[in-house]
Design a protein around this ligand. Sequence first.
Ligand SMILES: C[S@@+](CC[C@H](N)C(=O)[O-])C[C@H]1O[C@@H](n2cnc3c(N)ncnc32)[C@H](O)[C@@H]1O
Length: 207
Amino acid sequence: MYSLKRKIPYYNDLYVEEIKNLNNDKVDFFSVYTYEKKNHVACESTLTESFYEIFKNIQSSKNDVFMDCGSGLGHILYRASSLFDKIYGVEYHPDVYKIAKNNLEVLNVKNCTLINSDILDIDEKILDEVNVFYLFNPFTGDIFEKFISNIVASIKRRDRKVLIIYLNVQCKDMFEKYSDILPLHEIRMVRKPVHYYLHKSNGVKNG
Ligand SMILES: C[S@@+](CC[C@H](N)C(=O)[O-])C[C@H]1O[C@@H](n2cnc3c(N)ncnc32)[C@H](O)[C@@H]1O
C-alpha cells in the first residue's frame, strides 16, 4: 500500500475558522494527506461554505442518494448527512478511510455507509442506487474517464435523475462525449465556479 504522508497544511483564514467552529480535537477533517499513486490527488477537504453554496444553487431532495466519490476524511459526508437520508462515501486509501470512520463515529453520523475501495470496484447495485455523485477533484486520467463511463452505463441500466457535482475541475473534456445524456451546467460561486451535470429521467429533456 502507498504510504500516507501528512503535509503541513497551509491554512487560510477560512480553514482556521472551520477548525474553530468544529471545536472538536477528536475529529481530523482539515489535515492534508498525500500518497504517491498515479492519477490520485492529495486528500484535502471541501470547505463547509462551498458545500452549502452548491446546494443553495441546485435542487435536491432528502430522498436523493448521495455518494462522495473519494470521500477523504469524511468532512463532506458529515455535512451531507443532514441533507440526505442515505449517503455513501468511497475512499481508496485504508488509512484515510480509518480517519474518516473515526470522525463519523465521534460525530455520531448514522446514515452513512463508508466503503474502503477503489471507486472503479464499487458494486453495480450500489452505483445504480446513487443519484447525486460528488467529486472534489478526487482522481484524474484513466480512473476519471472509466468512472464517468460507469455512471453512464448505470443510467442506461436504471434510468433516473442523476446529478454529478464536480469541483476543482480538471477533466472537463471527459464529459464531452456524454453531453446528450449529461449536459453541463455551471454555478458561479463566490470562489471558483463549480460544474454540474444533470441527467433527467424518462425522456424528459435535459437542461
Ligand atoms: C481531494 S480529496 C476529497 C475529499 C472529500 N471528497 C471532500 O470534498 O472533502 C480526494 C480523495 O479521493 C481519494 N481517491 C483518489 N482516488 C481514488 C479512487 N480511485 N477511489 C476512491 N478514492 C480515491 C483520495 O484518497 C482522497 O482522499
